[in-house]
Design a protein around this ligand. Structure first.
Ligand code: DGY
Length: 322
């Protein structure tokens, strides 16, 4: 039987590319050539393909979806986030869209926790000091940060990742608060304090960790007004999506110290980074590492292919419909 054609926009872990090549007429991008940045090029390369395996950040907006050939039946994204895909436009064309929930929750919570610690304990500053040869020995007042022990962690978006972070933070004796569109079940809350208002939430916490999806509903959620609601000296971490932070407002608060320190893994318009952050010592900057563990990226790839197999090889419903 002829294998269905599958366009894969990015270089994926070897075992995932091998599985794809075994089961599909796979068009790989083993060199990770940047043609994936151009939606028209993706559509062009999808000629005759039944499926597209794309990734976070690929330009799968309305124009790309409209340009796809009729042969495309499914878009399987190597990400849990789907803010790069015009899902209603895809569905209107009868194209299924799937993502990779669950398998990256722990890894992404780990990065949020890493950033929390980097911000609290000034780890980025310390690392830069050592590498610059500017460390002249231990000193009683050198690079003093703040502890997380006993602090109130505010989780914005209490989904799978937020709940994993809460479990980690309990191990650091942190008190958990959260804000979400609705209150979680008691077994998910595990004693976490739900807040019904932004003001009540932001005024109650010492550390804000953001886990909200991108899109218009959360665009610049953390703006100057909400930053002003934070307690002086709060820490801010974002490992969700960059556009949910008003960068100019956060940089201004980092400059005055109203926000003591921040940790960011995601950026508005990434890989561009808001230039003011680069001059600030009190912000830790990571290159969107949330799901970047060997184990998680393998599991994400398997999940993408499981969805493609269900739809294209077995004619069944997708397993993880976005
Ligand atoms: C996702 O899966 O949405 C992540 O942001 C990519 O690591």
């Amino acid at each position: 039987m002829t294998k269905p054609t599958l366009l894969i926009t990015r270089h994926l872990p070897d075992a995932i590319e091998a599985r794809a090549a075994r089961d599909y007429d796979a068009r790989l991008n083993t060199a990770d050539d940047p043609w994936f940045r151009d939606g028209a090029e993706i559509a062009h390369r999808a000629a005759g393909a039944a499926g597209i395996l794309c990734a976070a950040g690929d330009p799968m907006g309305e124009a790309t979806i409209a340009a796809l050939p009729d042969s495309v039946k499914i878009i399987s994204t190597f990400s849990v986030g789907t803010d790069h895909i015009a899902i209603p436009a895809a569905r209107a064309r009868g194209i299924e869209v799937t993502n990779t929930p669950e398998v990256l929750s722990f890894a992404t919570a780990e990065i949020a926790f890493t950033l929390m610690l980097m911000a609290a304990r000034r780890a980025g500053e310390g690392e830069r000091m050592v590498r610059a040869g500017a460390w002249h020995g231990w000193a009683p007042t050198q690079l003093m940060g703040v502890t997380l022990e006993g602090k109130r962690l505010g989780i914005l978006g209490f989904g799978r990742i937020g709940q994993k972070l809460a479990a980690m933070a309990r191990g650091m004796s942190m008190e958990i608060h959260y804000r979400d569109v609705r209150r979680a079940a008691p077994e998910q809350e595990q004693g976490a304090v739900f807040h019904e208002t932004d003001a009540g939430f932001l005024g109650a916490i010492d550390v804000l960790s953001m886990h909200v999806p991108g899109g218009d509903a959360t665009r610049k959620w953390l703006n100057a007004d909400r930053i002003a609601m934070l307690r002086p000296g709060a820490l801010v971490v974002n490992s969700g999506r960059g556009p949910s932070v008003d960068d100019a407002a956060l940089a201004a608060a980092l400059r005055t110290g109203h926000v003591r320190a921040a940790g960011l893994d995601v950026y508005d318009g990434e890989p561009r980074v808001f230039p003011a952050y680069l001059d600030l010592e009190n912000v830790a900057l990571l290159p969107h590492l949330g799901s970047a563990t060997i184990e998680t990226r393998a599991a994400m790839g398997e999940r993408c292919l499981d969805n493609l197999d269900a739809v294209l090889l077995r004619g069944q419903a997708a397993l993880h419909r976005a």
